[in-house]
Design a protein around this ligand. Sequence first.
Ligand code: SF4
Length: 340
Amino acid sequence: MKVKKRLDIPCGQTYLFELEDGNLLEAGDVFMARERAYGTRPYRFADFDAPSDHNKRVMTICTMAGCPVGCRFCASSRTFKRKLTSTEIVGQVLAMVDNGVALGRDADPANAHEFRVLYTRMGEPMLNADNVVASVKELIRRWPHIIVGMSTSGFQKGVDTFLQSPDVIPYVDMQFSLHSTSDSERRWLFDGEIGTKMMSIPQIGESVRAWAKHTERKTSLNVILFDGFTYDFASLLEHFDPKDIWLRLSPWNVVQKSEEHGFEGMLRSDDVLHKRPMSSEKLRGIIDDIEKLGIVYSYAPAIDEEIKYQVACGQALEAFRLEVQESEKPKSERLRVIAA
Ligand code: SF4
């Protein structure tokens, strides 16, 4: 797996890797101060300025080259090339360890107080569940104190594969993408044939209960707060025990595909800058509801930083694709754009 591109960010690296068959993968390796990992305000990567390798190391990896799911807000939507083998999945972690050493980092992630590998980049892990479970087992074998984050839109067969591997579950923070509390809106967001096979909210609730029998780790329900969508969090309590879940409120990342669908995100610049009050009455109302219901919640990284540092799925690859597109334009056309 060779490095095609490396982007240095304030607390780590974003990588583009090239596989032997020419497919490109994106991955990230960042270092954070453990005690400031989560909060009830969006955090900034700069908060973790010059962290030691011995605090918290977080890697983000792909499970597929491209993705067959049609999430209308995601840069990886319907770009599927192929599933990755378990060796290729683990290979991204090993490649980041090796490249980190070349940058003066600790050669053994086990020396970090907390070492997390998040399956959050390109690909839907539950549609490649056998290889994903095998890769998790290999990571646990190498680093027994590892914590694995598994981000899924929710496909029953894959979740069941995990539930049949209870030895792996205590190492895994499961994250389901919700994005709305209405299943019909969710189906619209996860567009196309594959979207119709996704788990409904009651089915996710059932799996979370089954999961909770094997671990005390809460399952995360990821929510991008889109303007105009339904966020009736009280209705979730019909299917979830608040002690089993936490809500992770994510910014909406402007990518070409989400722009085409005219999305408006509810987390805006004043939230990012840690100012109160929240950007709108509507958003404040949603947060008040969550707090009254006693559901634990936190924020993903601040909006502008997710984009700038290409940390969300598909973004590094999309930035690279646009860069290549631009460089392939005839010189005269590029000069016209600069002049404009
Ligand atoms: S959000 Fe995940 S499942 Fe949806 S298109 Fe992107 S990578 Fe695929």
